[in-house]
Design a protein around this ligand. Structure first.
Ligand code: ADP
Ligand code: MG
Length: 483
């Protein structure tokens, strides 16, 4: 056993989620991603003296939504603090965040891993604002600053150190993104920075219950980097311990170009933020009715739908994961199975034809084919009116182009219905036998498995229209006759 296998990584995440509110956290500036540099700003986000923040109610609503979905306890009184540090992307000289009284505490998220489940406890969720963006790689001798992002509302979700591998981290991030999208509080887009995380990593010998000293890797903005950073950091720490050295608590940067973590030297390593309650913002006092209203309006959650799809509809874990990955897909599928009991066929059709035809992540509610027509389509196959391959390869594309048509009528007009008409089939069987005299002989000499070959040829010649049972009987009869 290699030394590395004697250890396990212990990981806790601090996920930053950018909320999809229209305006910023404490002023009316546009909170949308993009825009020309420094166009989504005002005296407030520029940190001019004398300006006052005003809380965006949507931010609180979104925070409560996530807290409730994770089973957290909502702090009916929560409060904002100032986190003080100096940096050019922070014109006020402090970030408004929540330190002592965050919006919610506790809760958990369950991950489905290969062959086991992992429950990750949430320590707390707090509200805060984002900083601006320093740009060092455009002008050769200058640093540039874009304050569009300054003041955009964020949630920070802090997990307990319950993750044990890079795969679990990936699953956790994916599940959190999925949940945020279901709740419509964030698009969770990592490329645009709507979701990023700080990864806290320590290692310990397997079986140990005590936590080791940890390092924090800041601002990881892709799943792949998270995985690489964890793998590198785990090995680095194990090597140190095996050399009899100690891990020192550090804040690290991960460099994707080199795959290496290195200690940071800027603001983040100075941990003297001098938090104190923001005197400009009174405590946030929530009303029971308001929170109950949010609770009542939560959508069906991905985990619940997954259980329903696997138990009630008997779908595989794989199918259920795909169908519940996006809320619009799950809702479409729910509408679909209101019209049919053929759950597996419905899942296949949705996954293999409908979803790819719409392109990745486009909402299925935009699908032009109604769930009712999708069900009628499945029924055509189930009733043997159209063969599965003809239905998939020819009827479905036609339906995509003419979604207003009923599948049966469309199949008729395209001449795709299967036929048990023996006159039609007999001619095809005769032709197939005539052009394969050798195979006919082999069959008659006892190679009965060749019946499959003849079926295939008849299907091909009939362009998939031969009704299989009738065709099979006919072939068997004709081959036998010639003995
Ligand atoms: P701080 O207040 O210094 O940021 P916290 O105790 O709040 O530290 O933890 C921050 C994050 O670090 C959490 O996600 C937590 O799960 C994680 N964490 C804490 N201790 C460890 C550890 N020994 N190993 C790995 N992660 C840890
Ligand atoms: Mg922290």
């Amino acid at each position: 056993m290699s030394i590395y296998q004697k250890y396990e990584p212990v990981i806790g995440l601090e996920i930053h989620l950018q909320l999809s509110t229209e305006s910023k956290a404490f002023c009316a500036d546009d909170a949308a991603f993009g825009g020309g540099p420094n166009t989504h700003v005002s005296a407030i986000s520029l940190g001019h003296p004398g300006t006052l923040p005003r809380l965006n109610k949507k931010q609180v609503e979104y925070a409560v939504r996530l807290g409730l979905a994770l089973g957290s306890k909502i702090n009916m009184t929560n409060a904002f603090d100032r986190k003080n540090y100096f940096y050019t992307d922070l014109p006020k000289g402090y970030q408004i965040t929540q330190d002592k009284l965050p919006v919610s505490v506790g809760g958990s998220l369950e991950l489905r891993m290969e062959g086991y489940r992992r429950t990750v406890r949430i320590h707390h969720i707090h509200m805060e604002e984002d900083a601006g963006k320093s740009i060092h790689d455009i002008a050769p001798n200058h640093s540039l600053i874009d304050l569009n992002r300054a003041g955009v509302p964020l949630l920070e979700i802090v997990s307990e150190p319950d993750l044990r591998s890079a795969e679990e981290v990936d699953a956790f991030m994916t599940a959190m993104r999925q949940l945020a999208r279901y709740l419509e509080i964030s698009d969770g887009n990592m490329q645009e920075g709507s979701m990023r995380c700080d990864v806290n990593v320590s290692v310990r010998k397997k079986g140990d219950t005590r936590l080791g000293e940890r390092c924090e890797i800041k601002n990881v903005n892709s799943m792949r980097y998270a995985r690489q950073a964890i793998e590198f950091e785990t090995k680095r720490q194990i090597d140190l311990l095996e050399n009899g050295e100690e891990i020192s608590r550090e804040t690290l940067n991960f460099n994707p170009a080199t795959g290496v973590t290195t200690p940071m030297r800027d603001k983040e390593s100075a941990h003297d933020y001098r938090y104190f309650p923001d005197p400009d913002l009174p405590p946030v006092v929530l009303e029971d009715d308001w929170v109950d209203g949010i609770k009542g309006s939560l959508p069906a959650l991905p985990q619940v739908l997954f259980e329903k799809f696997t138990h009630e509809y008997q779908l595989s874990d794989y199918d259920a994961s795909l169908l519940t990955a996006e809320k619009s897909w799950a809702l479409y599928f729910e509408a679909f199975v209101k019209h049919t009991q053929h759950f597996k066929a419905a899942a296949n059709l949705t996954i293999n034809k409908l979803m790819p035809s719409l392109g990745e992540a486009s909402p299925l509610e935009d699908a032009s084919i109604t769930p009712g027509r999708m069900a009628a389509f499945v029924q055509l196959i189930e009733d043997g009116k159209v063969s599965a391959s003809v239905a998939y390869q020819r009827l479905f594309p036609a339906l995509m182009e003419q979604p207003e048509k009923e599948p049966l009528a469309l199949a008729q007009s395209l001449n795709l219905l299967q036929t048990a008409d023996t006159g039609f089939l007999e001619k095809i069987v005769d032709d197939v036998m005539a052009s394969n005299p050798d195979k006919v002989k082999e069959f008659q000499n006892g190679k009965k498995g060749l019946i499959g070959f003849f079926m295939g040829e008849v299907m091909k010649a009939s362009k998939g229209k031969a009704e299989p049972k009738t065709a099979n009987e006919l072939i068997a009869k004709k081959l036998a006759k010639q003995v």
